[in-house]
Design a protein around this ligand. Structure first.
Ligand code: GLA
Length: 729
């Protein structure tokens, strides 16, 4: 178990409970990829590197070095020397020439995992994770590349990152630094990725991998609504339960590329990293560049095991907040209730009525500061608007606390309104290109977080508010994507660093926030779910999933999000109908059932709610208290997908000790001539006897998993049911 190096055959073996990853060295020191797949007790040999086949390795057949390099399965391919597939590292030397060639120098294996400087990254203690660092060098450039691999045994995860150091005499330019590469033989792969839009995030798509390159990416400065830093290659016929899956997810919140390339030899190269367009990094002698981390997993039991590996991994080894494994307070957010139109009296009345229904926290959303009564002003002026909130935030907090409720607040610290005192005082603090009018989006610009004084200002605005009033939750929003990438403080030859420097700036400020306020419950958000990624999960245990709160639209959004992110991280609220995003009316119960698969909360004007709906809130609150431990910590099973069958949706969460399972079934559209639907469960003890709560009906786990149970027919559209099976024997 763990990681070892077999000196004789020069093979590194990285084991997790169910997988093995093998790396081999060529005689010249090229670092090759032998195998990633199900666990091997006896390692495969490096003959799989095909070094004995023509064109053979350069030390045997130097004449065909180019052909060799264009074919050899590389762990970390470089550009400019003859491997024409997608490279992971492109470097330009002081003469302006591109080219880099990495050869093995040494390696180090240790228990545990070191932090990545300035970046979010997974963690684990010595019993949980082992790390291999392979040091390679390009002697001409004086460049050292440290390829890091950490194997998390229990979760079947391998993380990868790369650190590039200039150990030479001359500076050079990094033009591309990816984080991970996987060279494999094609197995008729199909590619799964996530696509979307504002209020339609993370829909799953799948298609045949053809010759050439297929990719998802973002050049928007964030991980984006539109595409997602995740992809998987699967063998044909892969389902939730069967098939081989190779997946990569990126612990990064900025521009990315996730690409699969099918080559002339019918091999496949999967790469993941920071998008090279509009990226560059200047390295002076002695300086280093650290790539973000990629999270890899392999499953030979379909997508279901991939999902559960990611869920466990993120819950145990990425999300640091003390709330990760705690029930969060049920909140009510006033955004869809009031938008910008509120005052203390209105908020206190919402809180009072919410409290009566069992809700525990009021979150005051956008509009409490400066002179903001619409989205066109005041970002940057984080002082309370006393016309709306006389007595200020501490008075409001006192009023809310006096009701027995907690108070939370909204910020958008990375943006600046042209109509703000901050912009009038510091117009150069906005990202902009000299001589050009910067592009406004939602009437705002983006602050230049590459500058320390700007980050300090933004941080102090948030911290001052938190120091001055009893506020226990922050929703950190970011409502536009980046453009006009110019900074008043970066030299021309460093301007290509700006996208990445901005991401690093956001991480630094959030790190300060969670360090000074360790008890704060932080929820990230970005115009809904434009930055729902592992990078942000390092700082906040939950992220607002989407501005679309319609229960039916949420089925696909939450299915895609839960493909790799735990339900405990998905911000999900019950809102009012007709839904503000799509105008649909769904039963209040269904809205509750769908939100229970996330953090759970409300986003509506409870003072105007239909009394019959309002009467259901205490029941839903009780369901939350009853099931949240299970939903937050259990094993998630996707049992049916409306996306695929166009009829119904169904998922379940089983306790790790197999003592209970909660099934959520959404019928979606009603039809004539319907009969009940047979649902086969997973994650139970075959010989355990389970009772369907409230019915007295008992079945063995074997029957429930192999034959299934019947979800009843509902009358009317969008109806849903919860089914709780508890082990009685
Ligand atoms: C974004 C968020 C919403 C709300 C608004 C406020 O769109 O996703 O939930 O906070 O901003 O402007």
């Amino acid at each position: 178990m763990g990681i070892c190096f077999e000196e004789k055959r020069k093979i590194f073996k990285l084991d997790t409970d169910k997988t093995t990853y093998l790396i081999g060295l060529s005689p010249e020191g090229y670092v090759g990829h032998i195998y990633y797949g199900s666990r091997l007790v006896h390692p495969a040999g490096n003959s799989l590197l095909r070094m004995e086949e023509d064109p053979r390795t350069p030390s045997v057949n130097d004449r065909e070095k180019g052909t060799f390099l264009d074919k050899f399965p590389m762990e970390y391919p470089t550009g400019g020397i003859g491997d024409y597939r997608e490279s992971c590292l492109n470097v330009r030397d002081v003469h302006g020439c591109p080219g880099c060639e990495l050869r093995y120098v040494s390696h180090r294996i240790y228990k545990g995992k070191e932090k990545l400087e300035g970046l979010p990254a997974s963690f684990g203690v010595e019993e949980e994770v082992e790390t291999l660092v392979i040091t390679c060098a390009d002697e001409v450039l004086g460049l050292t590349a440290e390829l890091s691999y950490s194997a998390f045994a229990k979760e079947n995860i391998i993380t990868r990152s790369v650190r590039i150091t200039n150990n030479g005499q001359q500076p050079f330019e990094l033009e591309k630094v990816y984080s991970a590469c996987l060279d494999m033989d094609n197995q008729d792969f199909e590619m799964i990725s996530l696509h979307g839009a504002w209020a339609r995030e993370r829909h799953i798509q799948q298609g045949q991998l053809k010759y050439g390159k297929q990719l998802v990416s973002s050049l928007r400065g964030d991980s984006s609504h539109q595409e997602h830093p995740f992809f998987a290659l699967v063998t044909p016929g892969t389902t939730q339960r069967q098939g081989e899956v190779y997946a990569m997810n990126f612990v990064y919140s900025g521009n990315f590329i996730a690409q699969a390339e099918r080559t002339q030899y019918d091999t496949v190269r999967m790469v993941l990293g920071i998008h090279p367009e509009n990226f560059g990094w200047h390295l002076e002698p002695g300086e280093s560049f650290q790539s973000p981390e990629a999270v890899l997993t392999y499953s030979d039991e379909g997508l279901g095991r991939m999902t559960r590996s990611y869920h466990d991994f993120y819950r145990n080894h990425l999300i640091r907040s003390k709330y990760t494994h705690q029930k969060r307070p049920i909140l009510i957010n006033n955004w869809e209730a009031t938008y910008f139109n509120f005052d203390t009296e209105k908020l206190v009345e919402i809180a009072r009525q919410a409290k009566e229904c069992g809700i525990e926290m009021l979150v005051m959303d956008d509009g409490w500061f400066g002179k903001r009564s619409f989205d066109d002003s005041s970002l940057g002026d984080w002082t309370v608007n006393e016309e709306k909130l006389p007595g200020g935030l501490s008075y409001l907090a006192d009023q809310i606390n006096a009701l027995g409720m907690k108070l939370g607040i909204w910020f958008e610290p990375e943006c600046i309104s042209p109509d703000s005192d901050l912009y009038r005082a510091h117009p150069d603090w906005a990202l902009q290109i000299p001589g050009r009018d910067a592009t406004k989006s939602r009437c705002q610009y983006v602050l230049d977080f590459s500058r320390k004084e700007v980050r300090d200002y933004a941080y102090e605005c948030v911290a001052k508010v938190l120091r001055g009033a009893n506020i226990e939750y922050v929703k950190w929003d970011m409502n536009r994507q980046l453009s006009d990438m110019g900074s008043a403080c970066l030299a021309a030859d460093r301007m290509k660093e700006l996208f990445h420097r901005n991401v690093l700036g956001v991480y630094e400020v959030q790190e300060r926030l969670v360090t000074e306020f360790p008890d704060l419950l932080l929820e990230n958000c970005s115009g809904g779910g434009a930055r729902f990624d592992p990078g942000m999960l390092y700082y906040s245990p939950q992220i607002w999933c989407s501005d679309n709160t319609d229960a039916i639209e949420r089925l696909m959004i939450q299915e895609g999000t839960a493909l790799m992110y735990p339900l405990s991280a998905m911000g999900a609220h019950v809102s009012t109908c007709p839904n503000h995003a799509v105008g649909r009316t769904t039963p209040f119960a269904t809205r509750g059932h769908v939100a229970l698969a996330g953090t759970f909360g409300y986003e509506l004007d409870i003072t105007k709610l239909d009394p019959q709906e309002k009467a259901q809130i205490p029941e839903q609150v009780a369901l939350y208290h009853k099931y949240n431990d299970l939903v937050r910590e259990g094993d998630y099973y996707r049992l049916a997908s409306w996306r695929e069958n166009h009829r119904y949706d169904c998922w379940a969460v089983a306790a790790k000790d197999q003592s209970e399972i909660l099934v959520t079934y959404v019928q979606v559209l009603a039809e004539t001539k319907m009969q009940s639907r047979r649902i086969r469960l997973e994650g139970l003890a075959a010989d355990g006897l389970y009772e369907l709560e409230g019915t007295g009906c008992r079945c063995y786990g074997e029957e429930l998993m192999k034959a299934g149970f019947l979800a009843p027919v509902f009358h009317g559209d969008f109806a849903s049911g919860l089914y709780h099976f508890v082990r009685v024997e």
